[in-house]
Design a binder for this molecule. Structure first.
Ligand code: TXA
Ligand code: MG
Length: 342
């Protein structure tokens, strides 16, 4: 496997990654949100290989990544004014626009839908690779399906070593959880997945914006097919622990007599668990939702490495900022399991 350091001056390596992609190979690339498992979006066979490598269900569509906002028009039709407004404001950046697709997008990318999700990532390295490939890149998160997304090159190596031709190393992801996915094909723009661009930022540009609930039953028809699958989850079961932190500490201390427990908590809470058998994994300050977003997936992966039998997680308070995305990922990792301490 070729590991490519993505320093942008390292033109030969970026060019090599581009060549591999043009030849139909799958390459892991950095973005500001999470690492992506990329292939030529216009090449059905290359895209099929992404599904194979990830073990991804075929009915879950992929996001297409472009290096220039203007390329949107090559991939989509009936583009509403709202798309231009959002692209103007937030691209390059962690926002995916769902729009009517042109025929150039193969069905395998859109999982048979007549729409496609498109985004222009922010880092120079991501855009340099797309430009070097000379084609738009379909890319889901570069993890094995169902597990936590990768936010550092070592996460990608752990999941995909030997399965991809190259990993472009762009260091740690600055946002740390996935892009916001917004559907612009309906009357009121609707957030299908909260992410790096917040609901309040979207409302500032568009006025009215709806948000889909994260809780979706498996058999329900869903607008974003990815929403119905188990997601972001380590091997041990995750439970959300709601309530005052000193109660939480007592509850987990008792429980840790019989179980090997890790708690994913705020840095401010860590010391309350000292002197117990509970392993603490602090994922950031409760006052810094962006820090929580950056630390979350690494914390879920760390919990896996500890071989614990139960993982508990503390949720930030909800607002309209990036904490919404943190809550969404944790609730999904927990399969909506909650313990509320009274
Ligand atoms: O930040 C991100 O978006 C990362 C990086 C690599 O760009 N990618 C990512 O891809 O998170 P993935 O495949 O892990 O998640 C894509 C989500 C899924 O929930 C999928 O169902 C939804 O976007 N999606 C993609 N195309 C869609 C479409 N046409 N309509 C509705 N939902 C769509
Ligand atoms: Mg994913």
């Amino acid at each position: 496997m070729l590991k490519i350091n993505s320093i942008v001056s390292d033109i030969d390596k970026i060019r090599r990654a581009g060549e591999l992609l043009r030849l139909g190979e799958v390459v892991a690339i950095p973005t500001e949100t999470v690492y992506g498992l990329a292939a030529n979006a216009l090449d059905e066979k290359a895209v099929a290989e992404i599904f194979n490598i990830k073990g991804r269900p075929q009915d879950n569509p992929l996001i297409v990544h472009i290096s220039e906002p203007n390329d949107l028009e090559k991939l989509c039709r009936e583009i509403p004014e709202s798309a231009y407004k959002l692209a103007g404001e937030f691209w390059p950046g962690p926002l995916t626009l769902v729009l009517k697709k042109k025929d150039i997008i193969p069905d395998i990318v859109s999982a048979g839908l007549d729409t496609v999700g498109v985004r222009c990532p922010r880092p120079k390295a991501s855009r340099a690779v797309i430009r070097a490939a000379g084609v738009p890149l379909a890319a889901p998160s570069a993890n094995i399906s169902g597990g936590p997304s990768p936010t550092k090159p070592e996460h990608v190596i752990k999941d995909l070593d030997g399965k991809v031709k190259a990993i472009v190393d762009g260091g740690a992801c600055s946002v740390g959880l996935e892009s916001t996915v917004i559907d612009l094909t309906c009357e009121v723009p609707t957030v299908l997945r909260p992410g790096g661009i917040t609901l309040s930022q979207l409302k500032e540009v568009l006025g009215k914006v709806d948000a889909c609930s994260a809780a979706v039953a498996d058999n329900e028809a869903v607008r974003s097919p990815g929403m119905k699958y188990r997601h972001y989850a380590p091997k041990a079961p995750v439970k959300i622990l709601i309530g005052d932190v000193s109660r939480a500490a007592l509850f987990l201390r008792d429980r840790s007599v019989k179980n090997r427990i890790a708690v994913i908590c705020f840095t401010e809470e860590e010391e309350l668990f000292y002197g117990t058998d509970v392993v603490t994994i602090a994922y950031g300050s409760k006052h810094e939702p962006a820090e929580l977003a950056r630390g979350l997936f690494a914390a879920l992966r760390r919990a896996d490495e500890l071989n614990v039998t139960e993982i508990f997680a503390r949720l930030p308070e909800g607002g309209e900022g990036i904490e919404l995305a943190v809550i969404n990922r944790l609730e999904k990792a927990a399969g909506f399991n909650r313990i509320v301490l009274k």
